[in-house]
Design a binder for this molecule. Structure first.
Ligand SMILES: [Zn+2]
Length: 185
């Protein structure tokens, strides 16, 4: 019988605004039976502490991946502000060596840009892509004239993005979807 694996891929360490080192997080994850641990420190953030040396950050994750190989699956990732994706303020070669990228606060995309303006940039990122700290209320309201939450879902399908969400966000998402369907129907 297959065993369920607990996965936690949104974690900030002292490489950005977290308090713990990557290894401290790994040890804590092992104590809590986490099977897959993603490290996703802030990169290119203007509002909080960010990774200063991308190469050293990746190197530390790789060393710990190998050290704990038999016990836990460690994934390398970063969280990038949506404005930084729009201006492509990163080396694609480095980014595409990661396991995943989280796009932070996609609702902060300036009003005169729609989600399509991100598509080309996201397609160039070949590792797994997800969204973090997403405000679904703001998105539904911001794009209400062009489909609201359904427009957002289509964008996620086109760019093969996953939504990193808490249970509350899932409930909000389903509620917005339900009411949108009722209005359309
Ligand atoms: Zn975060």
């Amino acid at each position: 019988m297959s065993k369920e694996v607990i996965m936690d891929i949104h974690n900030h360490t002292n490489w950005s605004d977290g308090d713990s080192s990557i290894e401290e997080l790994v040890v804590n994850a092992l104590k809590n039976d986490i099977g897959i641990l993603g490290i996703s420190d802030h990169y290119n953030s203007k509002n909080t502490r960010s990774i200063t040396s991308f190469e050293d950050y990746i190197l530390e994750i790789e060393i710990l991946k190998n050290k704990y190989l038999s016990k836990i699956n460690i994934l390398s990732g970063v969280e990038i502000p949506v404005s930084s994706i729009l201006c492509q303020e990163y080396s694609l070669k480095l980014i595409n060596n990661l396991d995943f990228v989280l796009v932070e606060n996609i609702e902060n995309l300036p009003l005169h840009f729609n989600l399509e303006s991100l598509e080309g940039h996201l397609k160039n990122i070949t590792c797994k892509k997800g969204l973090a700290h997403t405000n679904l209320y703001t998105i539904a309201a911001k794009y209400k004239d062009i489909g609201g939450i359904n427009y957002f879902i289509q964008f996620m399908k086109k760019t093969i993005c996953f939504l990193k969400s808490t249970l509350i966000q899932v409930i909000v998402f389903l509620m917005i979807l339900f009411f949108t369907m009722k209005i359309i129907g």
